[in-house]
Ligand binder design. Structure first.
Ligand code: BGC
Length: 417
């Protein structure tokens, strides 16, 4: 008798879950074709790594395809402004060798990554060192070494502070790529600052970095000891903590909002509810995002989190980068949003931002959203290190993809065709 009741209720539960979700259940679905399953590109937007042009085909792979990232231009502008404000406020101590030249060095993450390019441009624009190319865009090439100011990729800027005119010079910049090909490489940045400092250390007044991973490596290798402020991006916990010790500042790209959105759009697509649920419109559990933390661009099917500067004034509010964003931290109901299985990769297991900030956040949100996520890491160099781990797409309900190279979306969509 007992057995029968159980069998009946199982059948009822299965029927319910099929009806509620349009097919699919735990551990993947055999009724939904892979090509129709939700796909979220995140952190690396499908785009041409040479021209930056967005890959609209990949962004429109199916009706449940989205991109989740952050507003690169708004963040880049903030980073440049933060550095400029710091220089102005601390001018008495900045120009260490008193030569009237404020020299900075710049660590570039990946010359083919739109976010990295935006940050290089943001710093150069704010400091007056930007050069506009014939096509109207700001040159984002690395200069190598430019201690004599002769590079054509940048120019010397001028800053008037307290009645005195200073020259601002990008003394050196380099893409931090290791010999195996991994970009945003912290170790390479640590070596670069050591090399630069040994030949023109007394001229370096400021260090700018496209991210905190490289920034912290330079801070530890040289700038901390030499009282030179380093500015990064990401607001990883270790970098925020270092502000107390002289790290200049960083930018929060609201990873707490991005990680939520990455899984939330999947949740909504699988539940077959309005895409704005739990985003601009509160869900039944009360999760909702306000307009000051994200925006949605319909044309590119992209959600962009907004950035916030983290400096000596406010860093204490950002000490733990793995805390979920309170307005979207409510458990969703298992009845209406039953467990689903998601395949999600990070492009590089050693990427500082993804491993120390983004992934811990995803791991918290997956519970809140009833998603069983299989986390897979790439080696940061060859796309196959990721693709080979997606052997059986049929066993998942949805996919969240962080490409190694932004040109390679097709390698993934081919697998799902
Ligand atoms: C982060 C970098 C990270 C990169 C990986 C960027 O948004 O700021 O720290 O290395 O994403 O794609």
């Amino acid at each position: 008798m007992k057995k029968k009741v159980l069998a009946l209720s199982l059948a009822a539960a299965m029927a319910f879950s099929l009806a509620a979700c349009g097919g699919g259940g735990e551990g993947g679905s055999d009724t939904v074709a892979n090509k129709d399953k939700p796909v979220v590109w995140y952190n690396r937007q499908p785009s041409n790594s040479t021209t930056g042009e967005l890959n609209t085909e990949a962004l429109n792979f199916n009706e449940d395809t989205y991109y989740v990232g952050f507003d690169a231009n708004q963040g880049a502008e903030l980073q440049g402004q933060m550095i400029l404000d710091y220089i102005k406020a601390n001018i008495a101590d900045i120009d260490k060798n008193n030569d009237g030249v404020i020299g900075y060095v710049l660590a570039i993450g990946d010359v083919g990554h739109n976010d990295s390019i935006a940050r290089t441009r943001g710093v150069r624009s704010a400091l007056g060192t930007a050069v506009t190319k014939e096509d109207g865009t700001i040159d984002s090439e690395a200069v190598g070494t430019n201690t004599d100011g002769s590079s054509t990729h940048v120019q010397d800027g001028k800053l008037e502070i307290d009645g005195k005119t200073y020259t601002v010079r990008e003394l050196a910049s380099q893409e931090m790529k290791n010999t195996a090909g991994a970009t945003w490489d912290a170790g390479t940045a640590g070596n670069a600052i050591t090399t630069w400092a040994s030949s023109f250390g007394d001229q370096i007044d400021v260090i700018a970095s496209n991210n905190d991973g490289m920034g912290m490596s330079m801070f530890t290798a040289w700038s901390n000891e030499n009282d030179v402020p380093t500015f990064g991006y990401d607001a990883n916990s270790d970098a925020v903590k270092a502000i107390a010790d002289g790290y200049g500042g960083t930018i929060s790209q609201h990873a707490d909002v991005q990680a939520y959105l990455t899984l939330r759009v999947i949740r909504n697509a699988l539940d077959n509810v309005d895409m704005d649920t739990g985003i601009g419109t509160a869900d039944a559990a009360g999760n909702v995002l306000s307009e000051d933390v994200y925006k949605y661009d319909e044309a590119t099917r992209s959600y962009y989190a907004l950035n916030v500067a983290v400096t000596g004034d406010n860093y204490k509010d950002f000490l733990d980068s793995t805390v979920t964003w309170a307005p979207v931290s409510n458990q969703v109901d298992k009845e209406t949003s039953p467990e689903k299985s998601v395949w999600l990769n990070t492009y590089n297991s050693t990427d500082n931002f993804l491993s120390s900030t983004y992934k811990p956040l995803l791991q918290k949100y997956d519970d809140l959203l009833n998603l069983k996520v299989e986390y897979v890491d790439g080696d940061g160099q060859s796309e196959s290190s990721v693709i080979n781990k997606l052997g059986n797409p049929s066993s998942y309900d949805a996919f969240a993809i962080n490409m190694i190279k932004t040109d390679n979306a097709i390698s993934y969509t081919n697998l799902l065709q």
